[in-house]
Design a protein around this ligand. Structure first.
Ligand code: HEC
Length: 251
């Protein structure tokens, strides 16, 4: 931090503070990205993050409710008796059928399935578990097959895009300040890829409701946005940490 002559005395401290801000932004972005990926993963009931997870998360899953997915996937195996397992899956599929009778469904749970769930699901979904699922009321939220667009999720996505857009503006401002230190103008074009990525990602989330192929846009947009932001922040850091060019030397 001793490089460069003729700079105002405040510059060193301000540069340090800005470098810290840029570092904090990068860390926040990495943490947010990881959290978002974790949130998406296994939406299709299988481990790992894939396009199907994105399609299910934002496009809904016409094949069945969350309970059906769990029972057809990893959690079904915990019902040791195959006949009981098939019966429980059959019971879970009922709410998606046109002749669904809610009262009979609940009665069947109390008469037959409460005991099975109480024994086979208890190890992970007992009363003290993070997600207790032993009573009908506990299971009810997972019974309904998704119908219509999950607007709350889409609204949350849009809020996230707005938040990331603000981050982008902050990063662009940091770049502007950094360029100021170097006595140049900020390369405005650097904001482009990140902004385009955000738009592509958001467009993908909405497109996925119309066509499953839209799921490709989500990771593509996220990558573009993340790459663009990293580029932007690196340019800002470079401007902050490198000494300003010597004006007297001709280029
Ligand atoms: C060995 C542990 C284990 C057992 C046994 C188990 N589950 Fe799960 N279950 C999980 C885990 C892990 C998750 C995902 C994490 C979470 O959200 O709790 C989960 C999630 C769920 C969900 C939520 C799905 C969603 O999309 O949010 C339902 C419904 C479910 N389980 C039903 C059952 C039923 C019914 C049984 C009994 C047949 C059962 N589970 C047995 C571990 C288990």
């Amino acid at each position: 931090m001793s490089a460069g002559g003729g700079r105002p005395p405040l510059a060193g401290g301000a540069r340090g503070a800005l470098a810290l801000l840029v570092f904090a932004l990068l860390t926040a972005l990495a943490a947010g990205g990881a959290a978002a990926a974790l949130d998406l993963a296994e939406a299709d009931g299988r481990p790992g993050l894939g396009l199907e997870d994105i399609r299910r998360r934002f496009g809904g899953d016409p094949a069945g409710s969350a309970l059906v997915r769990r029972l057809a996937g990893p959690d079904g195996a915990h019902v040791a008796d195959p006949i009981r397992r098939a019966g429980l899956l059959e019971w879970a599929l009922a709410p998606g059928r046109p002749d669904f009778d809610a009262a009979a469904h609940r009665a069947a749970f109390e008469a037959e399935w409460a005991a099975v769930v109480g024994r086979d699901c208890r190890p992970c979904h007992g009363p003290d578990a993070a997600r207790p699922l032993l009573r009908y009321a506990d299971l009810e939220p997972y019974l309904a097959p998704p119908v219509g667009p999950p607007f709350r999720r889409l609204a949350a996505r849009t809020a996230r895009i707005l938040g990331l857009g603000s981050l982008l503006l902050l990063a662009a401002a940091a770049l502007g300040v950094a360029a100021g230190f170097r006595g140049g103008r900020p390369p405005a074009i650097l904001v482009g890829p990140a902004a385009a990525g955000l738009l592509v990602e958001e467009a993908g989330v909405w497109a996925v409701r119309l066509t499953g192929a839209g799921a490709v846009l989500v990771p593509a947009g996220a990558l573009l946005a993340a790459g663009g932001l990293v580029l932007l922040l690196l340019a800002a850091l470079r401007g902050l940490l490198l000494p300003p060019p010597d004006r007297n030397r001709s280029r």
